[in-house]
Design a protein around this ligand. Structure first.
Ligand SMILES: Cc1cc2nc3c(=O)[nH]c(=O)nc-3n(C[C@H](O)[C@H](O)[C@H](O)COP(=O)(O)OP(=O)(O)OC[C@H]3O[C@@H](n4cnc5c(N)ncnc54)[C@H](O)[C@@H]3O)c2cc1C
Length: 457
């Protein structure tokens, strides 16, 4: 251990609402709060917005975007040629309506433009090292950048760091993964892009292939640019590994297109402690090794990939699960299957259930009825003026298999932004803010709050 000398830290700026993390969730929270007139600062450690959605090359919400700012953004992306139409994906429990993938570059620009237009001050390349808490109430955050260590004051802090970094450092209770001694967590993966894929040949082959059971295959050529989604290849992967000696850690591959490029979700590393820089780096190296193996498999075994080449490897490792805050309410597996009605719901979600077994094995991807997310899941216990949105909300390991999906993350970001702004406007704490007022504001944005409001299409 080494003693760090104490020092005075300059105040960079003061805000009503500070949003930590400009990933999938943070920009929506920032836009929602700023459009209500709050002074918002959005702080992101990388140099662009979107997180796993864009930098992570994920691109596809596993469910329809059913209203509010997320749907507005997708419609703007569509108008800019950066997304296609929603499609129905076949799964073992029926069809899931999926919002089309988006072009990550168009989405980065769009999210940034919408933030700037709403008056959000973005701080890129700025790492938030910790919140500052006085008497149990958050007062701002310490940041690190090329300018050194600085302070950003906040009336309300929204933690969209994905790992609940702010909540944990502020002293809010949390669990890791399944919350028991095993702390089971869904594995990490790294996306990559294959270029020069013959999509027509691939789609024609996949239509008649039993080894690709979960799928969406558009009937027309134009639809292939954003509408081809294939999950499976299990038998082919087994044979490839047996015959070549190449070892991969995953039973299946998911392929999806965006702007005619092929996005590949095929790598997996189990049991990584992502809070250890050494383990995190080890996982990246292992993903690189697997990417080479998967590229070889695709080129040698899958029609349409004969001339394909590696186009891009995501610059970030995709982390599915770490901390879940312990909030005023913890969403359970049963709740996430649509079995509970919540009077304080801040958004309905119609995403698929999507579990990558923490111990390995196949992916469980299923359609489910819509469910509701209560405001209390965004409210960490023990710390005031802090909201949490995105994949680390108060949900147990089972519920997280649905609530980690991007449509749910975005819905929680939108609700946190609205609630924070109302709290600032009315001078009440985020814990005491009247939920009915938040719900009315969300409905005015066109967000369905309850499962019964989700459009049946
Ligand atoms: C490999 C993989 C595949 C997936 N597939 C799908 C799918 O097909 N469909 C689907 O709907 N969902 C999918 N998910 C889940 C979904 O993408 C994520 O749960 C969701 O995007 C998380 O959103 P988020 O905003 O919580 O986190 P992120 O998008 O990760 O955003 C967090 C942001 O916070 C920033 N940040 C973190 N800490 C700090 C700090 N201290 N200071 C400053 N900035 C910070 C990060 O740089 C990042 O930009 C997948 C996830 C993974 C990992």
């Amino acid at each position: 251990m080494i003693q760090e000398p104490s020092r005075h830290v300059p105040v960079l700026t003061e805000a009503d609402v500070v949003v930590v993390g400009g990933g999938t969730t943070g920009p929506i929270a920032a836009i929602a709060a700023a459009r209500r007139g709050s002074k918002v600062v959005l702080i992101e450690r990388f140099g662009s917005l979107g997180g796993i959605l864009t930098l992570g090359l994920n691109t596809k919400p596993s469910g329809a975007l059913i209203g509010g700012i997320p749907l507005e953004i997708w419609n703007l992306a569509r108008a800019a040629g950066g997304a296609g139409d929603d499609y129905m994906a076949t799964t073992k429990t029926g069809g899931v309506r999926i919002a089309s993938p988006t072009d990550p570059e168009i989405m980065k620009m769009l999210l940034t433009r919408l933030c700037v237009e709403a008056g959000v001050q973005i701080l890129f390349e700025t790492f938030v090292s910790s919140p500052h808490v006085e008497d149990g109430t958050v007062k701002g955050v310490f940041v690190e950048s090329k300018a050194g260590r600085q302070f950003v004051a906040a009336k309300v802090l929204i933690d969209c760091s994905a790992d609940a970094d702010m909540a944990a450092k502020a002293g809010a209770p949390f669990v890791m993964g399944s919350g028991d001694a095993e702390a089971r967590m869904q594995p990490v993966s790294m996306y990559f892009i294959m270029k020069n894929v013959d999509l027509v040949r691939l789609a024609d082959w996949a239509r008649d292939c039993d080894d690709v059971p979960a799928r969406a295959i558009p009937g027309d050529r134009e639809g292939l640019a954003y509408g081809l989604w294939l999950t499976g290849f299990n038998g082919m992967l087994r044979r490839f590994q047996d015959e070549t000696g190449v070892k991969l850690q995953r039973d299946n591959i998911t392929l999806k297109t965006a702007d005619g490029q092929m996005y590949v979700n095929a790598t997996r590393v189990l049991g990584v402690n992502v809070f250890s820089p050494a383990e995190f780096t080890g996982a990246i190296l292992e993903c690189y090794r697997q990417i080479e193996g998967v590229c070889r498999f695709l080129r040698e075994r899958v029609p349409g990939f004969e001339e394909a080449r590696l186009g891009q490897v995501s610059p970030i490792l995709g982390v599915r699960e770490t901390r879940h805050i312990e909030g005023e309410y913890t969403l359970t597996g049963a709740d996430s299957r649509g079995e509970t009605h919540f009077e304080d719901s801040i958004g309905a979600d119609a995403s698929a259930l999507d579990i990558h077994d923490p111990k390995g094995g196949d992916v469980d991807f299923q359609s489910m009825p819509p469910y509701e997310i209560p405001y209390r899941c965004l409210l960490p216990r023990k710390v005031e003026q802090l909201l949490v949105a995105g994949r680390c909300i108060s949900a147990d390991h089972d519920a997280h298999a649905r609530s980690r999906n991007m449509p749910a993350c975005m819905a929680t970001g939108q609700a946190a932004g609205v609630a924070a702004a109302i709290a600032v406007e009315t001078g009440v704490s985020v814990r005491k803010v009247p939920v009915v007022q938040v719900q009315q504001a969300l409905q005015a944005l066109g967000m369905p709050l309850f499962a019964r409001d989700v459009p049946q299409r």
